[in-house]
Unconditional design. Sequence first.
Length: 138
Amino acid sequence: MMATGKCFCGAVRYTAKLENRNVSACHCGMCRQWSAGPMFAIFSSTMDIADKSSLGVYRSSEWAERVFCKKCGTPLYNYLLGKDFYEISAETLDDKSGLVLDTEIFVDDKPGYYVFANDTKKMTGAEIIADISAQMRD
C-alpha cells in the first residue's frame, strides 16, 4: 500500500510502499537519543523523496544511515545500507489510521521509566542484530 508523509516543516515530502500497517518501537540508545524517546517505525522497501535538498544524512553505524530534515530536524527514517529497507518514523505519515504497535526491539536497552500496555512481540538487541546480519547476507 502506498503512503505519503512529510517532516514537521513540510520541506521534505515522501511516498513509500508500506509492507503493512504494523509499527515497531525501537528502544535502542541511538533511537531514543535521536528521537527523544522510542522510535516508532513502519517498514518499507521504497522511499521516493520529492525534493532531496533538505535531507540530512548521518551514518550512525557500519550498516545504517539516519535521515532527517535539515530545516526542522524531524527524524524521517533509518536506511539499511545496500538494501531496499527503510524504517520510516510512523509519526511522519500523513495517514496514521489503522497503525498497530506489534513489535518492540532492543527491549534489553529499554529504560525502566516507561512501559507499553500493548501485548507485543519483544526482541533483544542480540536477536535484532542477528536478524539484520542475516538480511545483510541475503
